[in-house]
Write a protein that binds this ligand. Structure first.
Ligand SMILES: *Cc1c(COP(=O)(O)O)cnc(C)c1O
Length: 391
């Protein structure tokens, strides 16, 4: 059989039909599964059979979601979590021992940063940051106890683009586990495994759900590492609910369609903002002015849904901008069908010191827009009037 395209697999890769011959996958809201007899029960627990036992371990709906994402990312295996942060934490916790060292790009999701600085030191797990846009120093930061290289691209919220193939090559040469948080790109725009990633993490809450309904997370990649993550997670219990998994599998059917429109709209919004006189700078991976435009073009299909910019006039002008917004939502999510504006310095990255924020490019006047699926004209009209308001 010839290989099917991304869009076809996203729709046709679904659960086997039950006796009812349903067209769309049903929801399996069951916490456990039955055994036919004593021998079946023993063999199932001994893992001599591949089957569902208990929904903390596996469930048909979560398996469907995991299979779809594995196929999209070119991954061997995966495990689905109740949130993106459950995926991030469980992945680290399953793979690291006390005394190990993480080499992470400095610019990461705010809660991931808090894991490094607030919690991991309790277990003697140390983190060193590298500058994602100055990778020449990366290799020299590897220590004898380094186990993981961790990166996001594009980054949240600064939309920096990191050269994944460059990092992947270093990780391979030093025998390190290379993990990429691919949430901003979605598997439709970028598949980090192609560039040497061993594991790929997503917050399914963002573009995968795409309609701001559920929280979810997933880690996919090398089967050996996923097995360790599975063993840890079936004990500790961060599993995704079957209901949310069902929502996500349905959402993935339209991922390509939605993300295409997100990117089309975002490029229009970024191009408009770039030429506005009340803006200091704008960053979007597929704008020619982006410092890593060439790398973005090489590793991504399009630029994603997030545009970052800085309003002229710092914090005060930023506040005026947010107060003048009428159509867009003031919220902390992204990848939603509804366009969202966020002020990272006072929300998602408020736990970082101002100095740490400035190091990753989060200035006081920085605005993050998650461009949604409304008509681009209406999104631009709202941003324009907010930029020009003097309330
Ligand atoms: C939102 C997000 C997360 C965390 O996901 P949750 O589902 O909110 O727990 C992790 N990484 C990135 C890049 C994110 O944007």
């Amino acid at each position: 059989m010839t290989e099917k395209k991304f869009e076809t697999n996203a729709i046709r890769n679904q659960l086997e039909r039950t006796q009812y011959l349903e067209h769309s996958s049903p929801m399996f809201l069951t916490s456990s599964y039955v055994f036919t007899d004593a021998e079946d029960m023993r063999a199932s627990f001994a893992e001599e059979k591949e089957r569902n036992i208990y929904s903390r371990y596996s469930n048909p709906n979560t398996s469907e979601f995991v299979d779809k994402v594995c196929q999209m990312e070119g991954a061997e295996a995966g495990f689905a979590f109740a949130s993106g942060m459950a995926a991030v934490f469980s992945t680290f916790a399953a793979l690291l021992d006390s005394g190990d060292h993480i080499l992470s790009s400095r610019s990461v999701f705010g809660s991931t940063h808090s894991l490094y600085t607030t919690y991991f030191p309790k277990w003697h797990i140390e983190t060193t940051f590298f500058e994602g846009t100055h990778l020449e120093a990366l290799e020299s930061k590897i220590q004898p106890n380094t186990k993981i290289i961790y990166a996001e691209s594009p980054t949240n919220p600064g939309v920096d683009v990191l050269d994944l193939a460059f990092i992947g090559d270093i990780a391979k040469r030093h025998g390190l586990i290379f993990i990429v948080d691919n949430c901003f790109a979605s598997p439709y725009l970028q598949q980090p495994i192609k560039f040497g990633a061993d594991l790929v993490i997503h917050s399914g809450t963002k573009l995968m759900d795409g309609q701001g309904r559920v929280l979810a997370g997933i880690t996919v990649g090398n089967a050996h590492w996923v097995e360790k993550i599975y063993r840890f997670s079936r004990i500790t219990g961060p599993a995704l609910s079957p209901f949310n998994a069902w929502i996500l599998s349905k959402s993935l059917e339209t991922l390509a369609l939605r993300v295409d429109r997100h990117c089309e709209n975002a490029l229009k919004v970024a191009s408009f903002i770039e030429h506005h006189s009340n803006v200091n700078w704008v960053k979007y991976p597929f704008l020619k002015s982006h410092p890593n435009y060439e790398i973005a073009k090489k590793q991504m299909k399009a630029g994603g849904c997030v545009v970052a910019f800085e309003v002229k006039g710092g914090l005060e002008a930023g506040r005026k901008f947010f107060d003048a917004i009428k159509l867009l939502s003031l919220s902390a999510n992204l990848g939603d069908s509804r366009s969202i504006v966020t002020h990272p310095a006072s929300t998602t990255h408020s736990k970082l010191s101002r100095e740490e924020r400035l190091k990753v490019g989060i200035t006081d006047g920085m605005v993050r827009v998650s461009v949604g699926l409304e008509h681009a004209h209406d999104i631009i009209v709202d941003i324009k009037q907010a930029l020009e308001s003097r309330c």
